[in-house]
Design a protein around this ligand. Structure first.
Ligand SMILES: [Zn+2]
Length: 379
């Protein structure tokens, strides 16, 4: 514990004019009270999680590099912490006198410091006490039905702390939301893209709509949810090309945010992008109607049709979308361009390439040793 002020000195001496404007570290839905604002240390006592019969005070502080170091305090129950988290159960089991004796007290209640960010701690504790709102943001948020771009702010802290303090049921619940956002099945990916395009068509900007793949990679890696990684890496390559699938004239674009990535993950991204493109190019060049086909004159037509379509932006920036659109156009090819047999062959081949590209994402991005075998295939 490194607090340089006595927590008991807070609250009585501050005038309203002294109160600082709340920072991003503060709890978004808390009417918390700040004090000691004239010094370098500020104490914020949670109002929603300051429970009268609480028997432990959880304290988390903003980073020391912040001009004003802020301590956030929550008066909660050891029983509730222990019930959800195996780590706290182990800490609180047995006679509590040694723990009580060793702890700093605030109004006679022991104080437990957590090294995690106040934002994460606040969200995690609210998940324990107010699951109906905190753990169901993806359902109850009417802003975009079914789209989880809010994930990082609402859930990432809950997931990190659930893993760290071994709250297994909460971890699994939040993990399911992360997996919904970064699916392993191509059908789910397509459904998500359809929802996003629909939402995007009704907006002028795309920035707040799409989830952040860089942060998903960080969370998936740190919290052991590797099945989200292939899809998140793929999505990040789409932003790399500054291409926004459905936004034709919006002024805002998705930003390439790799700030959460480690250098080796950035290399994985670049290598994976190159490997994926190389593979697709190779396999499109090899496309050729089978010689047993009754028609022997359409291989050249198929090749030149694909060559012409390859000039489209989506070919390199979003090959899954390019393949999907191209498959859709196979049905519209005039019969004097391709016979029915060749058209069916082409469609089947592109369909096969698309599915193969999806299940090979772990191979392209060198994730095969961390995701389960058979990632992307039907269960
Ligand atoms: Zn033909």
């Amino acid at each position: 514990m490194s607090a340089s002020t006595s927590p008991s000195s807070h609250a009585s001496g501050s005038s309203p004019s002294n109160k600082r404007k709340r920072t991003g570290d503060d709890l978004s839905n808390d009417n918390a009270e700040a004090s000691n604002s004239s010094s370098k240390v500020k104490i914020v006592q949670s109002r929603t999680l300051w429970l009268p019969d609480g028997n432990i005070i959880v304290r988390a502080s903003s980073r020391a590099t912040h001009p004003t170091r802020t301590f956030h305090m929550y008066k909660v129950h050891k029983f509730i912490l222990a019930m959800h988290c195996a780590a706290f159960a182990a800490l609180f089991e047995g006679p509590q006198m040694p723990f009580e004796d060793a702890s700093e007290k605030h109004d006679g209640v022991p104080v437990m410091d957590l090294p995690d960010s106040p934002h994460d701690v606040g969200n995690f504790l609210k998940a324990l006490y107010f699951p109906q709102t905190q753990l169901h943001a993806h359902i109850s948020n009417p802003f975009v039905e079914g789209v989880f771009f809010v994930f990082h702010d609402s859930y990432s802290g809950i997931l990190r702390l659930a893993v760290k303090y071994d709250a297994s049921r909460i971890r699994d619940l939040v993990k399911d939301v992360l997996v919904m956002e970064w699916p392993s099945r191509i059908e789910d990916w397509d459904a998500l893209q359809d929802t996003l395009s629909k939402e995007e068509a009704e907006r002028e900007t795309v920035a707040p709509l799409y989830p952040n793949p860089g942060r998903a990679i960080r969370l998936g890696t740190d919290c052991n949810v590797p099945e989200v990684l292939p899809c998140a890496f793929y999505d990040l390559t789409r932003i790399f090309d500054h291409f926004y699938p459905n936004c034709e004239n919006g002024p805002e674009t998705r930003r390439m945010d790799t700030s959460a990535l480690r250098p080796d993950e950035l290399r994985q991204l670049l290598r994976g992008r190159a490997a994926m493109r190389g593979w697709l190019l190779q396999n499109l060049e090899d496309v050729e109607a089978p010689s047993t086909n009754e028609c022997d004159s359409h291989s050249y037509t198929i090749e030149s049709w694909i060559q012409a379509r390859r000039a489209e932006d989506t070919f390199s920036s979003d090959p899954l979308k390019w393949l999907r659109d191209t498959i859709g156009e196979c049905d519209d090819l005039p019969l004097d361009t391709l016979c029915g047999n060749c058209s069916e062959f082409l469609k089947g081949h592109l369909y096969y390439l698309r599915w193969t590209l999806w299940v090979m994402l772990p191979a392209f991005f060198k994730l095969k040793n961390i995701v389960a075998a058979g990632w992307g295939e039907e269960e």
